[in-house]
Design a protein around this ligand. Structure first.
Ligand SMILES: [Zn+2]
Length: 451
């Protein structure tokens, strides 16, 4: 039943010593084991002569080898302080045409249609990769070409298109790899992609597949819910092209034998749970980027839910806002479609206001607080340093740091409330909600002595 994830004592939720909810929902979620490649393991272990350069430039190597572009406007750490990634605006994943246009430098998936040597030279030709080692770039290019099923499929489709230039051929990458392939009649089908001919440019079935045009300058945005984002965008984290989260992913309850969908949030929690020290958790800057990207994908899904379920959120109740909108209309101001962000959305202005009102309500009832505690995290805590690998920095492991912080925060609250006979505790979590893979966190809490 136990998925093998390591836990802290404080994370136990039930009576059974072996079952935890945080990692696998007490055995309900079962996903394929994470696969790591020997070359990347050696690079991360420091056993390769370019290990230091690889770790330092891991995000550049990944972007050079990625098959889709990830639009991520971000700050990295400046000259001092711990490393962090902070993003601004939207994150999007795009794929261009299979064959580069004349006079345009090939990039991303287009590079995979060239020979390995030529491909590595093209990657090194990009000014952003100037700090990378050419020999290591070549070695990684060869390695990924050998083990990654997507890399081969781009080349295979390119050959098919070259052979029959007059036909209106398209490539599409499967969203669900278990779907029946026999219905695609053209022979150029690999495990991850197929080629099809269609008059209107749409694939034979399904609407979530990623479609790649052979020619043209247009790029397609890959939906946030696509299981192809992780293997195409994070080639060095998922070198064997293992798919990421998809909408149809199911979990089953072993007791009741019912099946429910796995949310993106639960998938991320499963992946972030530490079962052993694998390449995924040790990929430092790239791991941070994945964490931030995943956070944005989860938040985007939540926001989309709110956008499309406005009627259920009873937005008619927000009368003041309606008045304001109507006034705007009278003043000839162009108004967009109104979307109300409810107070249940953590970090929204309504949420902050609700927390503030709750805190003030307790003050009215019990008087001023007796204790005002600011609880911050120390990355040198024994629990953190024992869990992260030797020579690893705590700022590359936001998963461990935030779990230890949360456990200690709960323990402190328990200490004060139970042992000191303080009856009311009001906690204002002032987490910084800007998506940012820099840990953590500071919580302000007010305690009121029982009266
Ligand atoms: Zn588990």
């Amino acid at each position: 039943m136990n998925c093998g994830a390591k836990h802290f004592e404080c994370e136990r939720t039930g009576r059974d010593a072996n079952l935890f909810s945080q990692c696998c929902e007490k055995g309900k979620i079962r996903l394929p084991e994470y696969r790591e490649s020997p070359l990347i393991t050696a690079l991360l272990n420091g056993e390769h002569r370019f290990s230091v350069n690889y770790k330092k430039q891991i995000r550049c190597y990944n972007s050079a080898l990625a098959m889709i572009s990830t639009g991520l406007k971000c700050d990295e750490q400046g000259s001092a302080g711990p490393y962090y990634i902070r993003i601004h605006g939207m994150v999007y994943h795009q794929i261009g045409s299979l064959i580069p246009e004349n006079g345009v430098n090939p990039s991303y998936a287009q590079i995979y249609i060239y020979d390995t040597n030529e491909g590595a030279a093209l990657r090194m030709g990009d000014a952003r990769n100037r700090e990378c080692e050419p020999e290591l770039m070549l070695e990684l290019s060869e390695h990924i070409k050998d083990i990654n099923p997507y890399a081969g499929s781009f080349k295979a489709v390119y050959m098919a298109v070259q052979a029959e230039p007059d036909r209106n051929l398209r490539m599409f990458i499967f969203e669900d790899r278990s779907s029946d392939r026999r219905r695609y009649t053209l022979p150029s089908t690999t495990d991850v992609a197929a080629i099809f001919e269609s008059s209107n440019g749409e694939p034979p079935v399904g609407d979530r597949h990623v479609i790649v045009q052979p020619f043209g300058s247009t790029t397609r945005v890959i939906p946030m819910q696509s299981s192809n984002i992780d293997p195409l965008g994070y080639v060095l984290l998922f070198p064997y092209g293992d798919p990421g989260w998809c909408v149809d992913m199911q979990q089953s309850n072993p007791r009741t034998r019912t099946q429910t969908k796995i949310t993106q949030n639960k998938y991320a929690a499963y992946r972030l749970s530490v079962r052993r020290e694998d390449d995924f958790h040790r990929s430092e800057k790239l791991f941070l980027q994945w964490v931030v990207d995943m956070y944005v994908r989860i938040e985007t899904e939540r926001l989309n839910y709110i956008r499309y379920h406005q009627n259920e959120l009873r937005r008619d109740l927000y009368l003041n806002l309606f008045d304001y909108v109507q006034q705007g209309a009278e003043r000839d101001v162009e108004m967009g479609r109104m979307v109300v962000l409810p107070s249940t959305f953590i970090g929204s202005p309504r949420n902050m206001n609700e927390r503030y009102q709750d805190a003030m309500c307790i003050v009215r009832e019990y008087g001023k607080p007796d204790l005002f505690v600011t609880f911050t995290c120390n990355p040198k805590w024994k629990e953190i340093t024992e869990e992260i690998g030797e020579g690893e920095h705590s700022y590359f492991r936001p998963d461990i740091v935030s779990r230890v912080f949360h456990g200690k925060l709960q323990a402190m609250k328990e200490d004060i409330v139970k042992k000191q006979n303080i009856r009311k505790c009001c906690c204002l979590d002032l987490y910084n909600r800007v998506p940012k893979a820099r840990v953590v966190t500071c919580t302000h809490a007010y305690f009121f002595e029982g009266r």
